[in-house]
Design a protein around this ligand. Sequence first.
Ligand code: FAD
Length: 430
Amino acid sequence: AVNICWLRRDLRLEDNAALYHALKSENPVLPLFIFDKNILDKLPKDDARVTFIYETLENIKKELQEKGSDLLIKYGKPEEVWPEVLKAYDVAAVYTNHDYEPYARERDDDMFEFLTSEKIAFKTYKDQVIFEKGEILKADKTPYTVFTPFYKQWHAKLNDFYTKPYPTKKYFRNLFQTKKLSIPTFKEMGFEKSEMKFPKLSYKSKLGDYAKERDYPALDGTTHIGLHLRFGTLSIRKAVQDAVDAKSNVWLSELAWREFYMMILWHFPYAAFDSFKKQYDKIKWRNDEAEFKAWREGNTGYPLVDAGMRQMNETGWMHNRVRMVVASFLSKHLLIDWRWGEAYFAEKLLDYEMASNVGGWQWAAGSGNDAAPYFRVFNPELQTKRFDPKFEYIKKWVPEFGTKKYAQPIVEHTFARERVLKVFKEALNS
Ligand code: FAD
């Protein structure tokens, strides 16, 4: 019999909780990855994240083949792929890591039922966070909805035990030995290989000056590890230990924001689709299609907004300060539903993470659990003065800035501010 280790958003062989537990079991272990049609069918055909996953899997395959084993890669809907896997292998147990998104929870519930009915154990582990689900709770055992007290407890509880890597390599002798297995091609899956450049996994040099530099988009003082945390090419335990070693407390707290939003998504899954504060769903959004297009393409006439949107369209990444500005601009200046912006980011960001994206958008729109108050309307011009005073970031992404060719402002700031205050007030008082 074999045990399967089902990889999903934990694409690494080192320091992987499920793989470690599988390897320590009595049966040899065959790792599996499924290109999930339920997810892929909704993506554009040139989605760069599919290329990132593909290349990562090729590396994992190579590493496993050197050990006489391999990665089994399937393409299809998990509910259709699993019966095939059970036909091909005498499976005793399936090991996998927790995934907290609504679709993943449903998938795993169904899988638990199916495997149990086949008398196969389904064992799941915490891997992508330091603390999950009910590990950080208020005294009355309910989840935190405000970050600061959440972080206080998170930080107090953190110690070496929680960041210790799982020593998978010690047990590689227990990998299932097999002849080489094939890999579905991009074409078979209906995708094209993307030429997008992916951020390298080298972040330690950024940690020292992170607190000083992180807010200035022209400095590029942040680490770009979002993509690697999203797909598990970096272990969160390693990132957190590196933050502690470098005494980079601000960066550590950013990693905790990631967990905070994951915890919110776990406890309040409705807030992935609806406003966390339900009155905000009474807002009468204008949802003007032409303005939404101008925002997407970076032609609003607000240079910081336009620079951010163009950076994301071209590179799949946008600086955090600018993400806040463009999100506030869409939901408040243009009165376009935060869900439209959330969906556009989901399509474009390499580091797209449902929990953080929904969290960031609801923070900006004011509808979130620990959000900016509704009357706080970012002034893009003031933000520029504070964070890009020499227009370096703006000029990099908007070369026509300052010439006649540059777009006129799509809406006047004071007018937009008064309009949003009126519309929000009406909804919140109704
Ligand atoms: P660094 O500043 O170097 O931080 C390291 C890591 O900490 C990040 O990679 C991320 O995993 C985590 N982190 C940092 N800031 C935050 C934060 N505010 N909330 C949650 N986690 C954080 N982050 C995503 O990972 N995916 C998203 O889809 C996403 N969408 C966002 C949408 C909006 C509207 C806003 C305002 C923020 C969003 N963020 C998102 C948070 C943040 O902007 C990015 O994590 C950060 O810019 C990524 O760059 P970095 O990897 O260089 O981060």
